[in-house]
Design a protein around this ligand. Structure first.
Ligand code: AMP
Length: 596
């Protein structure tokens, strides 16, 4: 059995992940944060080999005994010094791959020998071959080397029944790639790929760090970047703050005893607003968007010809990325499969397909519609009170919590009305209102006072809305039950109405058939199948007859009218023979009237 298992391995620049197919679904091995193995190798103070988190943790203080980002060197004729030994990039990669294999064996309680490993689409033959060698050195039979964007696409639909063109936007810690993948009946092809091998979330951390240090240095005439310990502490804090800013509009960074000046400790406490952070990183995100344009040009595909836009890589969680990319492509984005784990899961799916398993797309609970509130903002270039401001985007995996900040719109505003809507239109009047909340008793203040609106959407579709005045903590809450299904029901009701308008009496026909069935059931005798079918057919024919007479006065034939009445009587009497007989006659009359 163990021989049949094929691991899916995402051998990343920053982190690596291993997954396998279980019960037809890809499962990432490990728990929580542990599922990401930092792609770092090192030697501990005692000379022991360290792989993953322990190696990463000692990296700042012992850079000469630590190797990171080996993926950037794979395929090169170079040697890496580690302790008193020299290693090839393949050997260092093999240490990471072997750790992943061991992790898998520990979880599965089985020996595993086979793997599919992913590489960036731009890797040349040399780099692919070296990756394969790394796998072999780790004791793995490398069944296939596949492209990362291909793996990501497979998680969304491994075997689509028609050709699909998917744009995969992959923003990781240190690299950015964007590719267009074509998927059709198991044939996968990367049509074009672009990117920047030195652009990613780490640059965002660095920008935030520099911003904080510049300010600190201006104030205290001491730069935290000059102290290795202070710098690394702040860098870690900046990364944490950055991640929180993906979900919250503000974050407070607090580092006590960061430095000392004349024997006095210096602390750093600083609130960062998402807006402020976004201004820092916007130029880098615009750079990725230029690559998106280039890849579309190269693949000769227009944005509206894409079947899907898929986000991959931890840094693709950045809200500004979502906003700008969606604006540029005019397409909904897909990020429901965890962007850190997506590539490994896709590699596992590929392994499953090679092993002849039946594997489907990765299923995740998501909100199928955007949830947001009514706000004053620009609508088609003009300020409007009907703008829809999203709080939780569509396709967000559940449970989800997001907070947005809004501002009062006039001086002395005493209350804020929070109207909750669901839908995709920038104008709330085209969306569905699902709830309302009043925050009353606001403190007297000039316009622009901050109001925080928090949405928490549970797995069961319960939406908790909280509105709070930031300065005073005044708060009001509401619960909206069945936020998702309610919309579906209302949508369905609207759809039924549209259908009824389009097809005339379809609804009544169904209703009558159901009525007949219900009547018979209440009499304790369910309709036999043959009778039920005959009734349905008869009802449909009556509807057609009525449509015909409504559309054309000439068709208002006496004979037809009589047959319709007779048929109704036969249905009421449950007479199968009569129903069939009259249905046949009515069918002839209708045929005649429709044809001639
Ligand atoms: P990867 O190389 O795909 O593992 O991506 C790692 C990068 O994603 C790092 O720069 C992380 O700081 C970043 N990242 C992870 N989670 C988030 C988040 N919630 N918001 C923004 N960036 C994130």
């Amino acid at each position: 059995m163990g021989e049949e298992l094929i691991l899916g391995i995402d051998l990343g620049t920053t982190n690596s992940v291993v997954a396998v197919i279980r019960n037809g679904e890809p499962v990432v091995l490990g728990e929580g944060e542990d599922r990401l193995l930092p792609s770092v190798v090192g030697l501990g103070p005692d000379g022991a080999l360290l792989v993953g988190a322990p190696a990463r943790n000692q990296g700042v203080l012992a850079p000469d005994r630590t190797v990171r980002s080996i993926k950037r060197k794979i395929g090169q004729e170079t040697k890496i010094q580690l302790g008193d030994q020299q290693y090839t990039p393949q050997e260092i990669s093999a240490m990471i791959l072997r750790t992943l294999r061991q992790r898998a064996e520990k979880h599965l309680h089985l020996p595993v020998r086979k793997a599919v490993i992913t590489v960036p689409a731009f890797f040349d033959e040399n780099q692919r071959q070296a990756t394969r060698e790394g796998g072999e050195l780790a004791g793995l039979e490398v069944m296939r080397i596949i492209n990362e964007p291909t793996a990501a696409s497979l998680t969304y639909d491994p075997t689509p029944d028609r050709q699909e063109r998917i744009l995969v936007y992959d923003l990781g810690g240190g690299t950015f790639d964007v590719s267009i993948v074509s998927l059709e009946e198991g044939v996968v092809e990367v049509l074009a790929s672009h990117g920047d091998t030195h652009l990613g979330g780490d640059d965002f951390d660095q920008l935030l760090l520099d911003h904080l240090c510049d300010e600190f240095a201006r104030e205290h005439r001491l730069d935290p970047r000059d102290s290795l310990a202070a710098r690394s502490r702040l860098l870690r804090a900046a990364e944490d703050a950055k991640k929180q800013l993906s979900f919250e509009p503000f974050v407070t960074l607090q580092e006590e005893f960061l430095l000392e000046s004349n024997g006095k400790p210096l602390h750093l406490q600083r609130e960062i607003a998402r807006r402020e952070y976004e201004e820092l990183i916007e130029p880098l995100i615009l750079k990725t968007l230029r690559c998106v344009d280039d890849v579309l040009d190269d693949a000769h595909v227009a944005a509206n010809q894409l079947d899907k836009v898929v986000l991959v890589g931890g840094a693709s969680r950045t809200p500004l990325v979502h906003r700008l990319l969606q604006e540029q492509l005019g397409q909904p984005l897909h990020f429901e499969v965890d962007p850190d784990l997506c590539v490994a899961m896709g590699a596992a799916i590929q392994g499953g397909l090679i092993a002849g398993m039946d594997v489907g797309r990765v299923l995740v609970d998501i909100t199928p519609h955007t949830l947001g509130i009514q706000a004053i903002a620009e609508l088609q270039g003009l300020p409007s009170v009907n703008a829809f401001s999203p709080v939780i985007e569509r396709n967000t995996p559940l449970p989800a919590t997001r907070t947005q900040v809004y501002h009062t719109s006039y001086d002395g505003q005493e209350a804020a009305e929070i109207n909750v809507f669901q839908g995709e239109d920038p104008d709330v009047r085209h969306n569905q209102q699902i709830g309302r909340l009043m925050l009353e008793g606001l403190a007297d203040a000039p316009m622009g006072k901050e109001i925080l609106v928090r949405f928490r959407l549970d797995l069961d579709g319960l939406l908790h809305v909280t509105a709070a005045e930031r300065a005073t903590g005044l708060e009001q809450q509401a619960r909206i039950e069945n936020a998702m299904s309610r919309f579906r029901e209302e949508e369905q009701a609207a759809a039924r109405q549209r259908l009824a308008m389009a097809f005339g009496h379809v609804d009544e026909v169904e209703a009558e058939a159901e009525h007949a069935e219900a009547a018979s059931q209440s009499a304790g005798e369910p309709l036999p199948d043959e009778l039920r079918q005959a009734v349905h057919q008869a009802q449909a024919l009556i509807a057609r007859a009525e449509q015909l007479s409504a559309a054309d006065q000439e068709a208002d034939d006496d004979e037809m009218g009589e047959l319709v009445n007779a048929l109704r009587t036969a249905i009421a009497a449950r007479s199968l023979e009569d129903i069939q007989d009259i249905t046949a006659k009515l069918d002839d009359v209708i045929y005649y009237l429709e044809e001639f």
